[in-house]
Design a protein around this ligand. Structure first.
Ligand code: SF4
Ligand code: SF4
Length: 419
């Protein structure tokens, strides 16, 4: 039987001591004795031990820092069970949008949720909430702010439910920000929506994010954000300003401008993303960076943001943080047309349509189709990967389910033990 150091264990060597930290139990061991540190280094070099026979191996084993692959499998299994306690709903109240961004992959169909569907969603949340510890609602579209009333209706129902049931609730919204004036923002805030992602594409914004009528959009969104920023610190929200960058975009004066507006307001942060072929019909005409350039370009933007004191948005590093909502057993996308999907990218793929919201019968899910999005073993590489607890090798199942890639698909990014 082979015992290995799992990827969730981090090793820090610092002069006369070696610090071993587990991201699973959040426990630490400090090794200071020279011969013990040497024994530890030998274990790392050999990729583990065949038996637990010394004081050090016993200690590491007790602390779950030296484990067999079967034991790591069990840990992964129990973590997956915890995912059953979260209801993650992405709600698209409409598939229409008031923008026409050339890189957008959505069909912009002019469909808005009927009141029957809205009622069934409320009923579902009310009936199911006792099964869960956490409810997260992500408002998405189309452009969700076109449906203010639906958002307020469902969110108020959840707020009311919170007065009689105990569960953690978080609500977020992805919006283009054009209609999000301060009055609308306060209404959303009061029903519990506290996190917003709004895209501002730098000095290119009016070309890459035009209004459906062709008019400019940047100035109005900036005006909305400036006013929202005047709200007192009692308003504890966060706004992530996403910047989609194109190849060759090296004009950092955009960040100087943002800094003049929001650097002092820590509720605002900047997320740098690279434009990719997400499936938009016009994306082919846009300069998209490729290969090594992509990483370098992104890094240069991030470094500048940090240098001038703006807050850079970085992916959290918690348990499950790399895992898409689609991989959660109770992660569903409720679409305006009544379809239930798992993934918000593959909107036309039949494998993605795992159920529907029936006006009379409510939520109907095909368990077999749904399961295909959540199942998966960890790969050989994952045992030693530093992100194993964040990812569980189910970070994104689109490749396996929609694109017919091998079920044992493993990501291209492997993060070895930090040592
Ligand atoms: S492409 Fe992957 S990560 Fe993105 S929404 Fe779909 S399943 Fe999730
Ligand atoms: S799929 Fe990749 S990132 Fe995820 S645990 Fe495995 S090796 Fe690590």
């Amino acid at each position: 039987m082979k015992y290995i150091i799992p990827g969730y264990v981090e090793i820090e060597r610092n002069g006369e001591r070696t610090l071993v930290t587990s991201n699973l139990l959040k426990n630490k061991i400090k090794l200071t004795d020279f011969s013990i540190r040497q024994e530890f280094d030998d274990i790392v070099k050999a990729g583990g031990r065949d038996e637990i026979s010394t004081d050090l191996t016993r200690l590491l084993y007790e602390q779950e820092m030296l484990q067999t692959r079967q034991e790591i499998d069990k840990i992964v299994c129990s973590l997956k069970e915890r995912m059953n306690k979260s209801l993650l709903l992405t709600i698209m109240p409409t598939e229409a949008c008031n923008f026409r961004c050339p890189y957008c992959y959505e069909p912009h169909e002019n469909i808005t949720m009927t009141s029957d569907i809205v009622e069934q969603i409320k009923k579902y949340i009310q009936n199911m909430i006792d099964k869960f510890d956490n409810l997260q609602i992500s408002w998405f579209g189309g452009e969700p702010t076109l449906c203010e009333n639906i958002i307020l209706d469902i969110s108020s129902c959840v707020k009311e439910l919170q007065t009689v049931r105990k569960f953690n609730y978080a609500a977020t919204m992805t919006t283009n920000g054009y209609l999000l004036n301060i009055e609308m923002f306060i209404k959303f805030y009061e029903v519990g929506i506290r996190s917003f992602q709004i895209t501002l594409d730098g000095w290119n914004h009016n070309e890459t994010r035009p209004h459906i009528s062709g008019i400019r959009t940047l100035e109005r969104i900036i005006d909305n954000l400036r006013k929202i920023s005047t709200l007192s610190s009692e308003y504890e929200y966060n706004i992530i300003i996403r910047h989609n960058i194109l190849d060759g975009d090296q004009d950092f004066s955009w960040y100087d401008y943002l800094s003049s507006l929001f650097a002092k307001d820590k509720r605002f942060s900047i997320l740098v993303a690279l434009v990719s072929d997400w499936g938009g019909t016009l994306v082919g005409s846009m300069p998209i960076s490729e290969g090594k350039n992509r990483k370098q370009l992104k890094y240069a933007h991030q470094a500048y943001i940090k240098k001038i004191g703006l807050t850079l948005y970085e992916q959290p590093n918690d348990l499950f943080s790399d895992i898409c909502y689609a991989s959660f057993p109770y992660g569903f996308v409720f679409r305006a047309n009544g379809m239930i999907d798992k993934c918000t990218i593959s909107l036309n793929a039949p494998e993605n349509h795992i159920g529907r919201i029936d006006a009379m019968e409510g939520i109907i899910i095909d368990p077999k189709k749904s399961k295909a999005w959540t199942e998966g073993q960890i790969h050989q590489k994952c045992y030693g990967c530093n992100r194993v607890l964040n990812c569980l090798n189910i970070s994104c199942k689109k490749g396996a389910v929609v694109d017919n890639m091998c079920e044992k698909y493993v990501c291209k990014t492997f993060y070895p033990n930090k040592s």
